[in-house]
Each structure stands twice: as structure tokens, then as C-alpha cells.
Design a protein. Sequence first.
Length: 210
Amino acid sequence: MDKYLIDLVKRMNETGDQLLKPTFRSDETISWKALRETEKLNKPEFISQLIDFINNEKNKKARDRAYFALGHLAKNTNNTFATDYLIQRIEKETDKYVLSTLLDRITDLHKSYGTDLSPIIKQTKNKNWLVRYSAIRALNHTNDERAEQTLIEILEQSNDPNDLIYGSATLFKVGTLKAIPLLEQHLKSPKRDVKLSVKAAIEEIRKRNQ
């Protein structure tokens, strides 16, 4: 892998400067600056290098940072191959923190019609809330009806307030009129945040379909 990328992944995981100072500002640390630098990556030639790195890297923290880099690179270059690769990597990861942050990266990526969403959909049923919430959000930026149907089923079956909040917030972006009957059922929820999220989704969906 390019020496720059190796150094960048290393800097994103750097904690030495934090340990040396009893007090520090997070926006002055090596890792914070490296993360902000990574968000601006836009060289397509880095994609294959990061994929090779992830495929062979045993250290989960290093893979996590490589996912961060590849996710932003996929977004900045609108690269569907990188997006598809990241989605398929969901099935390879077992650590809840790595899996959650991987799904968070996928959230911001456009998933074109026909993209295999099944790895994401599977994780919307994960018993771990951290992974499940990230998976629900990751169904954003797609017009595939499987995403909407999954979100509708969450509204229909889940009693977890955050499932309902994240589900309706994602429907705010991808929902159609089909989702409104299920959303309306939660307008009387005793949870204020659920009601507000549902109400916003209904209004936005209707606005899109005027």
C-alpha cells in the first residue's frame, strides 16, 4: 500500500500524544487531524490499495480506520465498486464496534437500485443495539423498495423507541406513501421523540409526493 496511506492509517490510531499530556484538546491531537485529512481523500487509485489492505489486515483497529478511509473515498469519488465492497464486508466483521462504524460509513453512500442490501438488512435484526441502530440508518440513500419494506417491518414489529426513531428518520429520506399508515400508528406514542420523528417523516413523504 502507498506509504502515505500506511502513515495515514497509523496516524488515525495514534494515541501517544494524548497519553503524554494530562490535558489536551481533541482537535489538536494527531488522530483528530488525521481523521479530518482522511475525510477529504479523493484519489480513485487508493481504492484498490485500501481493499487489499483490509483483505489482509488482522488488526481490527487498523481495519476500522481503513474502512473509515475507504468510506470517505467512496463518497468523494462516487465509486459504486467501493460501496459494494464495504457492504459485503459486513458479513466478515464480528466486533460490534467495527461493525457499527462500518455501517455508519455505508450510511452516507449512495446505494443504486440493484445493490445487494441483504447484509445491511440482516443487521437490522442484530440483538446488539449499537449494530442494529447503525444498520437501520445505513438503509439511507437508496430507492430500493427492500429498504423501505424493511423499515416498515421495523415500525410494525419493534417496541424499542430508538428502533422507531431511527426507522422513521430513515424513512424521512427514502420512504414513499406506502410507509405512511405504519408511521401514523406511532403518532400517539408516549415517547415524545418517537412522535416528533414520525411526524417529520410523514410530512416529508407527503411533501415529496405532492
